[in-house]
Ligand binder design. Structure first.
Ligand code: NAD
Ligand code: DAU
Length: 363
């Protein structure tokens, strides 16, 4: 029986990872430590809560007493650190929590794992710390080229700078103390349970509620999209087979401009909605509005996944078309989940983030 400390497991990728792991293995125990910030949602884990192989702890990864106590209570073998402030626009607006959670929080987890796992000069067998990082640490690409694991770090937003800082701390625990670690750097995820501040669920929600579709700048920024389950499978492989001390890039191999993504969402919704659904009337490309650009907006991300493919035999299996259909269908089938989120403080967020932006259209 292996025990996982999953942090941020009530968020988008963390909850998908917990579903994936509990379904795949019947001999693991997962402790989910989550602060339940605006993006953490226990509704993401409703069917798992009752299981005997899972415990939820509401708490903050920066709380060293709490984290230490978890290492005393549970025989933790793996830390998988998803917990983070994850939205670039929020980091531009106010970076404070990004520094606390993403940097200080990672440091607290590293220190607690080190105290629990390092016996004199020797690390206990079978332990590992996995840091879930992002391709954004590499900065921005021009029209060609790919990020590999040796691409120099060049973060350009407070979010990506905080994630890079955390990566460097994790690396330093390997270099200095020989702590068993891996770092994964993945491209843009999409799929069930993603908070509707991110491009794909935001556009789905805006389409369904008749709002305009705010595309930043010229809409030609490129992201490399990966279906979240493919990411979870990659993390599982890294946890169980990744070479200690290594970084693994994970990419979907689906480069798309933002404007293409928005048009695909419109077409997919129109295809999936019933003929007589009244919402169909207002879901159209006429709703697209080019708005003021994100500050420091990275132009293009694209991942070279050769290393994880060669070493661990991983490749994404969900095509972009299939993943988009599944995702749009999930949001249609889970309208209550979406409504519960968008009816609360999300409304204030949306006004704060978009009111001025929409006044100032892109030129
Ligand atoms: P998310 O915002 O949906 O979830 C973050 C979770 O962390 C939430 O449940 C939140 O409550 C929790 N959390 C935040 N601060 C915390 C704290 N101080 N203590 C404990 N819990 C806290 O984010 P996500 O999109 O699921 O991203 C998860 C991780 O994956 C992040 O580390 C992110 O940097 C990384 N990542 C995300 C993507 C992506 O496309 N979404 C791609 C690559 C890497
Ligand atoms: O690349 C991995 C990263 O992907 C993760 O590390 C981050 O946690 C995750 O949030 C995501 O970052 P992005 O900034 O790429 O994702 P976001 O969904 O915010 O934006 C995707 C693109 O769409 C980006 O070019 C900005 C643009 N965009 C976004 C929103 C929310 C719009 O044009 N309009 C919008 O309303």
């Amino acid at each position: 029986m292996k025990t996982y400390l999953v942090t941020g497991g009530a968020g988008f990728i963390g909850s998908n990872f917990i579903h994936y792991m509990i379904k795949k293995y019947d001999d693991i125990f997962i402790v989910n430590l989550d602060k339940l910030t605006y993006s953490g949602n226990l509704n993401n884990l409703k069917d798992i809560e009752k299981g005997s192989r899972y415990a939820f702890v509401k708490g903050d990864i920066t709380d060293s007493e709490l984290v230490k106590s978890l290492f005393e209570i549970y025989p933790i073998d793996y830390v998988v650190n998803f917990a983070a402030e994850s939205h670039v626009d929020r980091s531009i607006d106010n970076p404070t929590e990004f520094i606390n959670t993403n940097i200080v929080g990672t440091f607290v987890l590293l220190e607690s794992a080190k105290s629990a796992w390092l016996k004199g000069e020797k690390w206990e067998e079978g332990k590992k710390f996995i840091q879930i990082s992002t391709d954004e640490v590499y900065g921005s690409l021009g029209e060609t080229g790919y990020f590999s694991e040796t691409t120099p770090l060049d973060p350009r937003s407070p979010y990506s700078a905080s994630k890079s800082s955390a990566d460097l701390l994790v690396k330093s625990y390997f270099d200095t103390y020989r702590m068993p670690i891996n770092i994964t750097r993945c491209s843009n995820n999409y799929g069930p349970y993603q908070f509707p501040e991110k491009l794909i669920p935001l556009m789905i929600n805006n389409c369904l509620t008749g709002k305009c579709l705010p595309v930043y700048g010229d809409g030609k920024n490129v992201r490399d999209w990966i279906y979240v389950e493919d990411h979870c499978r990659a993390i599982d492989l890294v946890v169980n087979k990744g070479r200690v001390g290594e970084v693994y890039n994970i990419g979907g191999g689906n480069e798309r401009t933002n404007i293409d993504i928005v048009k695909t969402i419109i077409a997919t919704l129109r295809m999936l909605l019933e003929e007589n659904d009244v919402r169909k009337a207002f879901i159209s490309e006429e709703k697209i509005k080019f708005v003021k650009d994100r500050k420091g907006h990275d132009r293009r991300y694209a991942i070279d996944s050769t290393k994880i493919s060669n070493e661990l035999g991983w490749k994404p299996v969900t095509s972009f078309d299939e993943g988009m259909k599944k995702t749009v269908k999930w949001y249609l089938d889970n309208s209550k989940w979406l409504e519960e989120i968008t009816s609360g403080s999300y409304k204030d967020y949306y006004v704060k983030m978009y009111a001025d932006r929409e006044k100032e259209e892109a030129v």
